[in-house]
Design a protein around this ligand. Structure first.
Ligand code: NAD
Length: 481
């Protein structure tokens, strides 16, 4: 049965005023199984006005009151996690256990921000004059807008809703066109938790229609954008006239450095997980692996063998490691990066094609692919593939490893495997990225700041820094007469 989902505006579940819809495709079968409204300008304006109206009351509630709503919503997300996860698998492709992990993370994020909101502390600063002091206080910026992509459709929205609502902002969120259903189901939990009308408004529709309306609106005071670097730059340009606060979590080209003194088993396990989890459709997926030449062959053999053990399938029906990629465009981009590398001399040492078998005839399936004999003239080592592809090359010494790793316009994250404390420290300092993972591959945790350098953007999500993106600073100078 076809699912017909709606948008949330001012507490109402609605269609687009002109009745337009967008189709949602199951990447495992290539079938259209749902539609969502395709918002037009007047729908978006309604959502902005609703958020503006709701701001006055929401921002006046105490952080403890706001936290109660977030905690209740978090419980409801846990309660409904399995159903939300199945929707996500249908529209995004990741296996249900992965989707479930993501939805539970969404619940955890709401709870975290309920608590972090209680820790918005000000400061009192001594003044030179008698009986005078400076107070620094934080106040919500106003109406926030969120734009997020399809790779982690619930988690990336939860980062923004959690930060905005805890800080006292109301929000208009544009959910990804490819994967709108799980985010809308997640937001239903916030509505069920009693979050007042207008505090959260969810718009479905095309980014190129919704984005500009949000950017030029004088009512919206902050845009939290996660997506590609190209679109992020467009968003920044679009916010110039209204001078909004902007945070940009953009693309990456993540280097992993494998040193000769590392725990090789852990490095291989980490490389497999972080190169191919979610079919490489992660901003912090490993794109480039640099291995000390002394252990290069051993690492590569182990990496290939472990990658070949990954199972692929329709994640709704099978208990597999990987599903299809989300769109046919991802397959095409992955193929084009492979072809470019092959023309320049790279070798495919694992994968490189659609898996064989009747069950893969339909669906955006592709084998996890490893390239050797790569160099920095190849797209795989320069551009973000955002698909199941990684290049591996040897390095001679640490200076060379650092130079190669930093040879990128991106700076989101980097991974290092070494048993040496001084090498770990040196690489942590020398790598130009906002997040460094040493002897692990999970560079982001909810209570520490997460953000990129260079073309990977600016601003933060997670941690108190993520909350402060939604707050204005006010200095109050008091004289006690
Ligand atoms: P995208 O830039 O095409 O789209 C992101 C969002 O922007 C979508 O909701 C889309 O509808 C919307 N959009 C499209 N055109 C727009 C416009 N003109 N104005 C405003 N919004 C517009 O990115 P994508 O392909 O959906 O996602 C993949 C990208 O996201 C990758 O580059 C990935 O690295 C990045 N990403 C970054 C992070 C991070 O935390 N740094 C996390 C996840 C994904």
């Amino acid at each position: 049965m076809m699912i017909k989902e709606k948008m949330l505006i001012d507490g109402n579940w609605v269609d687009a005023k002109n009745g337009d819809v967008l189709n949602v495709i199951n990447p495992a079968t290539e079938e259209i199984f749902a539609t969502v409204p395709k918002a037009n300008e007047s729908d978006i304006e309604w959502a902005i006005q609703a958020a503006d109206k709701a701001f006055r009351t929401w921002s006046c509630l105490s952080v403890f009151e706001r936290g109660k709503f977030l905690r209740k919503a978090s419980d409801l997300v846990y309660h409904n996690a399995r159903d939300i996860a199945r929707l996500m698998t249908q529209e995004q492709g990741k296996p249900v256990k992965e989707a479930l992990g993501e939805v539970n993370k969404g619940a955890e994020i709401l709870r975290y921000y309920a608590e972090e909101g209680e820790r918005i502390y000000g400061r009192i600063i001594a003044n030179a004059e008698d009986h005078t002091e400076s107070r620094v206080i934080y106040q919500p910026v106003g109406v926030a807008a969120a734009i997020s992509p399809w790779n982690y459709p619930v988690e990336l929205l939860a980062w923004k809703i959690g930060g905005a609502l805890a800080s006292g902002c109301t929000i208009v969120a544009k959910v990804p066109s490819e994967t709108p259903l799980a985010p809308v189901a997640f937001v239903r939990c916030l509505v069920e938790a009693g979050v007042p009308s207008g505090v959260i408004n969810i718009i479905t529709g095309s980014g190129s229609t919704v984005g500009p309306v949000l950017m030029r609106s004088p009512v919206i005071k902050k845009i939290a954008f996660t997506g590609s670097t190209e679109t992020g730059k467009e968003v920044l340009r679009g916010c110039v006239d209204t001078l909004k606060k902007v945070s940009l979590e953009l693309g990456g080209s993540l280097p992993m450095i494998v040193c000769r003194d590392c725990n090789l088993e852990a490095a291989i396990k980490g490389a497999v997980r972080r190169s191919f989890r979610n079919m490489g459709q992660i901003c912090i997926a490993i794109n480039r692996i640099y291995v000390d030449k002394e252990i290069y062959e051993t690492f590569l053999d182990g990496f290939i063998a472990a990658t070949k053990r990954l199972t692929i399938g329709n994640g709704l029906l099978n208990d597999c490691d990987l599903g299809p990629v989300t769109t046919s465009a991802v397959v095409e981009k992955t193929k084009s990066h492979i072809q470019d590398a092959r023309e320049k001399g790279a070798k495919i040492v694992c994968g490189g094609k659609k898996p064989e078998g009747k069950e893969f005839e339909k669906g955006y399936y592709f084998e996890p692919t490893i390239l050797s004999d790569v160099d920095h003239d190849m797209l795989v080592m320069k551009e973000e593939t955002f698909g199941p592809l990684v290049g591996v090359m040897p390095f001679g010494d640490l200076d060379e490893a650092v130079t190669l790793a930093n040879d990128s316009c991106y700076g989101l994250a980097a991974i290092v495997f070494t048993e040496s404390l001084s090498t770990a420290n040196r690489l942590s300092l020398d790598l130009n990225a906002g997040n460094i993972a040493v002897n692990n591959v999970d560079a982001g945790v909810i209570n520490a700041p997460y953000g990129g350098w260079k073309d990977s953007g600016f601003g933060h999500e997670h941690g108190p820094e993520g909350l402060h993106e939604y707050l204005n600073i006010k200095h109050v100078r008091m004289r006690y007469l």
